[in-house]
Every structure is written in C-alpha cells, then in structure tokens.
Design a protein around this ligand. Structure first.
Ligand SMILES: Nc1ncnc2c1ncn2[C@@H]1O[C@H](COP(=O)(O)OP(=O)(O)OP(=O)(O)O)[C@@H](O)[C@H]1O
Ligand SMILES: [Mg+2]
Length: 240
C-alpha cells in the first residue's frame, strides 16, 4: 500500500528553544528523500513526529490515525509508517524472534511466515544467525536485524534514522537492496545520514534542516547541474 503523509505548520519547541518550524511538507507517494542537517538540528525529532511517536508543539500531520506496532517501535505510532531507530532497540530473544514479531498477527500460515523472515534475514546476510540471541550481535548486525524487521512489514513509509552509521560497505549495499525493493513496490523512504553513500544516492529529493526550518530541493537537479557544469567545462576545454 502506498500513502501520502502531509505536515502543515509543524513546530517543535523544547522549553523556550524553538527547534524548528516547518510550514509545509509532504512524503510520497513513492518518494525517496535524503534528510540532512547538523547534529542537534532536529532530524530525529522530525522523523519521530512524522511516525506519530512524538507530538509536535503545534501543527498537524495528516493522516493522523495513531496506532500500529506500538510495542515494537516505542509508543503509539502512525499506521503503516515505520521509524527505524538511530540506535535500534531489540527484544530479549533470538534474531528470528525479533524479525517474526512484526508479522505475528499477519494472516499467513507458520511456514509462509518463516519463509518471509528467512528471506529478510538472507537479504541482510544474517540467516545463519537466525537462532542466535541478539545479545551476541555486533552493532552493525543489530542495525541489520532492525532493517529486516522493518522490511518484512512492507511499510508504506520507512523513516531510516542514520541507518548506515555503523555499517560497512557490504552491509550498506544490503540496505540499498531492501530500500530499493520497497521503492519498487510503491513505498516511500526518508534517510538521514551525515555522509552521502549508496543509500542516500537512492534519494531524489533533499530536505535540509537549517536555521530552524526545512529547505526542500530536488536532488536530481543538483546532480544534473553538477553533471551539466562538468559537461560544459569539458566542452570548453575541448573547444580551445
Ligand atoms: N525531550 C527533549 N527535551 C529537551 N530537548 C530535547 C528533547 N529531545 C531532543 N531534544 C533536543 O533537541 C535537539 C534535536 O535533537 P535530535 O535528536 O532531533 O537532533 P538530530 O538532528 O537528530 O541530531 P544528530 O545528527 O546528532 O542525530 C537536541 O539539541 C536535543 O538535545
Ligand atoms: Mg538524530
């Protein structure tokens, strides 16, 4: 399912400090957005507001229906919108149990559920660790379990908060595969990251939190402009 999320006049304030004011914002359908900004500008806060996990000081998010995966992703969430934590929280249990939890109530027989979970674990390269307790996993492996858990739910919107921070090149490529798969099926993704990489390269739009507001720009044009500039430089150097 693909949905659109709209935010209007959303402000966040902590005591007297205004973190940001965003007049207008839309995600989807089928958008890939790179959210950037310095430490502490409010990227995580904005994603949690969009997921319905945090209430803004003022403003509205539409659709507003609170529900969904409340235990899994902490607090009341917005239906079909999943927030992937900057520091993923996993349950006391095995890798398999953590991933299957999200589809526990899905109308599938046990065999199909197992197949989905194993397919997700294979995509993040962790199928051989399915029966291990999560406490033995490395930070990067935990991040990949969290991604597998989000992916099996096939969310309409996946909000990924610094998903690649503790990942090596190969693990980032695995996340790219999963994010691309969601995009192919009509979902939207928002990715925060302090570095550009293969994951942020999927994005076609940029949100930049700066000076307490959000500036939106199409990423394609930025890339195209760079290419155009390079092409003009090349043409100029060859016309001499
Ligand atoms: N519950 C809270 N009470 C007071 N201040 C808070 C609260 N939650 C967040 N803040 C402050 O809001 C600011 C934005 O935090 P946030 O985690 O959204 O930043 P960020 O852009 O995600 O930063 P980073 O790049 O380091 O992840 C920070 O200065 C933080 O201390
Ligand atoms: Mg953050």
């Amino acid at each position: 399912m693909t949905i659109q999320l709209k935010a209007k006049q959303v402000s966040m304030r902590f005591k007297d400090r205004v973190l940001f004011h965003v007049p207008d914002l839309t995600i989807g359908p089928n958008a890939a957005i790179y959210l950037k900004g310095d430490n502490g500008v409010g990227k995580t806060t904005l994603l949690k507001i969009l997921a319905g996990l945090l209430k803004p000081t003022s403003g509205e998010i539409d659709p507003s229906s609170p529900r969904f995966m409340s235990c899994l992703f902490g607090g009341a969430g917005r239906k079909d919108v999943i927030y992937l934590h900057q520091s993923p929280y996993l349950f006391d249990g095995t890798v398999y149990q953590n991933v299957v939890y999200g589809i526990k109530h899905k109308r599938l027989d046990a065999q199909d559920k197992r197949a989905e979970v194993i397919s997700a674990l294979r995509s993040v390269g962790l199928e051989t660790l399915a029966d291990e307790h999560v406490s033995v996993l490395s930070g990067g492996e935990k991040q990949r379990v969290a991604m597998a858990r989000a992916w099996v739910l096939k969310p309409s919107i996946l909000l990924m908060d610094e998903p690649s921070a503790s990942l090596d090149h190969e693990s980032i490529e695995r996340l790219v595969y999963m994010a691309q798969d969601l995009l192919t099926h009509g979902s939207s993704i928002v990715i925060t990251s302090h570095q550009t990489n293969a994951l942020t390269k999927l994005c076609r739009k940029q949100w930049w939190i700066k000076d307490c507001t959000l500036i939106e720009s199409p990423l394609l044009q930025i890339i195209d402009k760079k290419q155009t500039d390079q092409e003009s430089d090349y043409a100029a150097s060859n016309s001499d």
